[in-house]
Design a protein around this ligand. Structure first.
Ligand code: NZQ
Ligand code: ZN
Length: 389
């Protein structure tokens, strides 16, 4: 049965190859002081930085910058950004980049007026903000996380080997607006493009592989997965195909803007294990998911075989005739494996820098969530990780 739920995604989206112009509609809604937040310099190379700066100056904004936000942003970088935003008396945080930059802006937003240590408050105690937060806007340049239309913010503490995501309950933490120009994603290296594609796909899996009921969300998920597989094959052959890249961009937003999890349970264990791998290796997010997915799904599918059978038939067009449910489910996962290899995804955590002596620590750092088909024990996580070495 569809559970009770609320659904609210207040982010205003502007989509298309001219969408940066729409920044002109949004900027007048906020005060003069803007903090521009970006990563390691890709936006300077591809010209997006100059375009954004010009629009900010035409709108009379007083701009400070936080640059060098790294993939998997760290808690130390967060403290640095909070100081800059405080000093500048920011009215708006404008994130220009991928999920890391966008997540980071949200983490700064909830920390600027907070007297407590944000790592302890939000990432260890999972509290909600009890202070005034700052509005965040986003110009997206990398597709995958869905951060442009959700309230998630993942921060890494390299000192303690913890990578933790907080999905804030208040939709006010979602970006107030997001500019999605598929053209901006055309300069992504192939490795980042396919990593993002797998991130999208796995977000859908995490929300699909749970529950036994007949749920509209699962039908939407199957459609989204088919679209991602189709567009990914085109983009993998020709990364400059605008149609495929724009479909991927739009699918990414819907994959994690809370829609397909409404009224149902969710799993999220691939992300929990992948994040812990990331805390030890600082590897690219989507690749950590790719490396642990198949060992995990092959381990749990006997506990949720009907959904894995549905996945095989409805997503991968497996012919069910004359086969047992288990055989059909296994064929679906084989088809998924072939697709992952076709994209060139990393299939083993050892290729991301993980070594056998890290496995206990990675398992210890994995947050165990109860929503999937099997609640994992510590030793089961170690077993899954060993399969991926
Ligand atoms: O730093 P720059 O120089 O900009 O380079 C970036 C970075 O090295 C580069 N890049 C981005 N756009 C580009 C580009 N290079 C060329 N052309 C462009 N147009 O790509 C690299 C990766 O960027 P990053 O933002 O780190 O990638 P992604 O979007 O995958 O974000 C990963 C972070 O998001 C978190 C992850 O854990 C990780 O910390 N996630 C956030 C979620 C959420 N908010 O809901 C959910 C996800 O599951 C995920 O956990
Ligand atoms: Zn993800």
């Amino acid at each position: 049965m569809l559970g009770n739920f609320s659904f609210c995604t207040p982010t205003k989206l502007y989509f298309g190859d001219e969408s940066l112009n729409d920044l002109n509609r949004e900027l007048p809604k906020y005060g003069k002081n803007v903090v521009l937040i970006y990563g390691g310099g890709s936006i300077k190379k591809n010209g997006i930085y100059d375009e954004v700066i010009q629009i900010l100056s035409e709108n009379g904004k007083n701009v400070a910058e936080i640059s060098g936000v790294m993939p998997n942003p760290t808690v130390d970088k967060l403290y640095e950004g909070v100081e800059i935003a405080r000093k500048h008396q920011a009215d708006l945080l404008l994130a220009v980049g991928g999920g890391s930059v966008c997540d980071y802006a949200k983490a700064v937003s909830v920390s600027v007026n907070c007297e407590e240590d944000p790592w302890e408050k939000y990432y260890l105690r999972f509290e909600e903000p009890s202070c005034k937060t700052l509005p965040v806007g986003c110009v997206l340049t990398m597709v995958g996380t869905g951060s442009e239309m959700n309230a998630g913010a993942v921060i890494t503490n390299p000192h303690t080997h913890q990578k933790i995501g907080h999905v804030f309950a208040d939709e006010k933490i979602m970006p107030r607006f997001a500019i999605l120009n598929p053209k901006y994603t055309l300069t992504l290296p192939h490795y980042q493009m396919v990593s993002g594609i797998y991130d999208i796909f796995n977000h859908i899996c995490e929300q699909y592989f749970s529950g036994e009921d007949d749920n509209t969300s699962d039908y939407i998920s199957e459609g989204l997965m088919r679209s991602v597989i189709h567009a990914s094959r085109i983009a993998n052959k020709d990364s400059q195909d605008y149609e495929a890249r724009s479909n991927l961009m739009w699918a990414a937003t819907w994959a994690l803007n809370t829609l397909v999890s409404r009224g149902k349970s969710t799993d999220w264990m691939v992300h929990m294990i992948g994040q812990s791998v990331g805390a030890y290796t600082n590897a690219t997010h989507g690749m950590t998911l790719a490396a642990v997915s198949l060992p995990y799904y092959r381990y749990i599918f006997p506990y949720g075989v009907q959904k894995f059978k549905k996945f095989a038939i409805n997503v991968w067009d497996v012919n069910p005739e004359g086969k047992t449910d288990e055989q059909i489910a296994a064929e679906g996962l084989n088809a998924m494996e072939a697709w992952m290899k076709e994209l060139g995804l990393v299939m083993n955590i050892s290729d991301l820098g993980a070594t056998e002596d890290m496995l206990e620590g990675i398992a210890d750092g994995t947050i165990i969530l109860p929503g999937g088909y099997k609640v994992l024990e510590h030793d089961e996580i170690v077993k899954i990780l060993k399969e991926s070495l």
